[in-house]
Design a protein around this ligand. Structure first.
Ligand code: COA
Ligand code: AMP
Length: 634
């Protein structure tokens, strides 16, 4: 990490110190958080980060700002083009709202360590609910609304919550999606019995109250209106704040456990040093609270530092048009904006010459950060040219909770190379390994790993599955395996090129093709199948299925429809599987392994050489004919 052009001294010093003097660096960072009892040390192999420390994350997000005289500062802006409304909450108002939900949960008996599942859309009540759990020391698990009832049921069975908080519906562009029927179905499918469902009724569509299990949110709020607001419950640094499930390589989602102390310290550090956000600044992450970006950068980080966060209930296009990002930035004085490359591609498609951006402007915005999937150089170039702002690709994962690769913009680092997600963020030490676990020279590709222990905030286990954590992530001793493939170039830029497993990123949403394969394989009429991620101009990747029908099955159209419907029903709309090719044979090696890479190349229309190990060399040409019927096949 020697000095290079554009590398700031501040960044270089910070990174080096975070590795060489881990204790000093992170102990200092921990001073930005208010502790009931300060940590005894920064890292400890037993307790992880900030052992001995006692804190409350909600206290750090609300009470301390009010106590510091900032109660009138703006905390939350709910901007909802889909309901044509904008609501503002000061820190004092946020404190009151969070307190009321905490009182509601306390009245239901929710206490420290209890789990609460939240299945709610992009409305302020979702934020209040998350903070209310944090206040009580309860552990929330937010489930993204685009997941189907079966996925919700799996999460309920794993997290075993006492209470489920739901909203009656979500609004997706011009469509209203009933959430309550999905909740009812999930509770029918799950084995674990929930004690209570608290239903927030939205004007657009009300849900059915199933007595005695369900309670109307408004009724519970009224019944507890005079209850005192529960005091923030002291929790240990290593106590869980939330569980967030993410796609693994099997059909069972992995419950990433986020601990209170490391999370609060890391996110606080990131706001000042990566995103350049201070108290009173407006930060907007255009993601969804159901994903890790939403957890960290819509809800937790901006409020931890006393900034203003924007909760945007809309899409990059169609609500009402491709100018909605720029309009929202200008309207609220957003200083730093964060979105996914797919959203920029969607905007570019509708407004290729950036006319809307030019006519609306970009207000006081200073930088655009991108994450969630690889940012292709063309998308970055377009966004930079149109906006005149630095567009900063940065890389992270649900497992980490905050960026591990970035340009530490706020530390004065200006280096960017299109196609790379930047440099290691302080606390993270990267290497690229070959299959034997040996570091490869710069420029060579391999498995991207980081030295253990990971920075504060990163997970240290999976809920109910510590063995799975060790098996999935710690296969190379001393290293955390990211699951991504990539390389470090001669100048130290890290390039993340794709996954080493069957996870794909569809419109910035992380999905498992392995899981989709399990669903497709179980569809009546399917003899065997493969699901791969194909390139897509807007969503980055989309899943595509290849299906071999059982002998004698004639109705290919019906099989196609059944496969698509099964994935939507069991995984959810977010899977976005729209294409299934019904074929007579899959390309396989002589040992029976499906050649998925070959399928990918065929779908993408790329050149390929038929592998020498293929069982039947005639198959690729038949597949090309099925996928690209207009292409001449020899
Ligand atoms: N609740 C219910 N359904 C949802 C949902 C939610 N919260 N989110 C998405 N869905 C549904 C959509 O309605 C769609 O259903 P359909 O197949 O019936 O049309 C399906 O899931 C796929 O959604 P999506 O992948 O979002 O595609 P889209 O065509 O609706 O929108 C984009 C495309 C690019 C505009 C959109 O994906 C987008 O804004 N992406 C950015 C993602 C992002 O910020 N990710 C966070 C990582 S940082
Ligand atoms: P998630 O856990 O949903 O945040 O997805 C994490 C995965 O998304 C990573 O392991 C990468 O495969 C991919 N990803 C996220 N951000 C980037 C990025 N900036 N560049 C390349 N891939 C990314």
């Amino acid at each position: 990490m020697e000095g290079k052009i554009g590398m700031s001294d501040a960044y270089r010093r910070a990174w080096q110190r975070s590795i060489e003097d881990r204790e000093g660096f992170w102990s200092e960072a921990a001073e930005a958080v208010d502790w009931f009892a300060p940590p005894a040390q920064a890292w400890n192999d037993e307790t992880g980060w900030f052992g001995g420390g006692v804190l409350n994350t909600c206290y750090n997000m609300v009470d301390r700002h009010i106590a510091a005289g900032r109660g009138d500062s703006l905390a939350l802006i709910h901007d909802s083009p889909v309901t044509d409304s904008v609501r503002h909450y000061t820190y004092a108002e946020l404190g009151e709202e969070v307190g009321r939900v905490a009182a509601m949960l306390a009245a239901l008996g929710i206490a420290k360590g209890d789990r609460v599942v939240i299945y709610m859309p992009m409305i302020p009540e979702t934020v209040f609910a998350m903070l209310a759990c944090a206040r009580l020391g309860a552990v929330h698990s937010v489930v993204f609304g685009g997941f189907a009832p079966l996925e919700l049921a799996k999460r309920i069975d794993d997290a075993t919550p006492r209470v489920l908080l739901a909203a009656s519906c979500g609004i997706e562009g011009s469509r209203t999606i009933g959430y309550k029927p999905m909740v009812d179905e999930a509770l029918r499918l799950s084995t674990h019995q929930i004690e209570r469902v608290v239903l927030f009724q939205r004007d657009r569509q009300q849900g059915e109250i199933v007595a005695p299990r369900d309670i109307d949110w408004a009724d519970l709020r009224a019944a507890t209106a005079t209850d005192p607001i529960p005091a923030p419950v002291p929790v240990k640094s290593e106590d869980p704040l939330y569980i967030l499930y993410t796609s693994g390589t099997t059909g069972t989602p992995k419950g990433v456990v986020r601990e209170n102390g490391g999370h609060a310290v890391a996110l606080t550090w990131s706001m000042a040093n990566i995103y350049d956000i201070a108290p009173g600044d407006v930060f907007w992450a255009a993601s969804d609270v159901g994903w890790v970006v939403g957890h960290s950068y819509i809800v937790y980080a901006p409020l931890l530092v006393g900034a203003t966060t924007v909760l945007f209930e809309g899409k990059p296009v169609g609500t009402p048009d491709a100018g909605t990002f720029w309009r929202t930035i200008v309207r609220h004085g957003v200083k730093t904006f964060f979105t996914a490359p797919t959203a920029i591609r969607a905007v570019r498609k509708e407004d290729p010459d950036g006319e809307l951006m030019r006519s609306i402007g970009i207000g006081d915005c200073r930088a655009i950060f991108l994450a969630g999937e690889r940012a292709d150089p063309e998308t970055i170039a377009w966004a930079e040219e149109q906006s005149g702002l630095p567009v900063i690709d940065h890389w992270w994962q649900t497992e980490l909770g905050w960026p591990a690769l970035a340009t530490c913009f706020a530390l004065g680092d200006t280096r960017r190379r299109r196609g790379s997600a930047g440099f290691p963020v302080p606390g993270y030490d990267f290497a690229v390994l070959d299959e034997m676990g040996h570091p490869v020279p710069n420029g060579d590709s391999g498995a991207v790993v980081m030295r253990e222990p990971l920075a504060p905030g990163a997970f240290r286990t999976l809920w109910n599955n510590h063995k799975g954590y060790q098996k999935n992530f710690l296969a190379f001793p001393g290293w955390y395996e990211t699951g991504d493939a990539g390389y470090i170039d001669a100048d130290g830029f890290v390039h993340i090129m794709g996954r080493t497993d069957d996870i794909i990123n569809v419109a910035g949403h992380r999905l498992s093709t392995g899981q989709m394969e399990q669903i497709v394989a179980a569809t009546p009429g399917v003899a065997e199948c493969a699901v791969i991620g194909a390139d897509d101009a807007i969503k980055g990747m989309i899943p595509v299925a290849f299906v071999v029908p059982r002998a004698g099955l004639a109705d290919e159209a019906a099989l196609h429809a059944a496969v698509i419907a099964a994935v939507r029903r069991e995984l959810g709309a977010v899977a976005a599987l729209k294409t299934a090719y019904v074929v007579q044979q899959l390309p396989k090696t002589r040992s029976g392994k499906i050649l998925r890479n070959l399928l990918r190349k065929i779908v993408n229309g790329e050149e390929f050489t038929t592998p020498a190990t293929i069982d039947d060399p005639a198959v690729p040409a038949l597949l090309v004919a099925a996928v690209h019927p207009t292409v001449a096949v020899d």
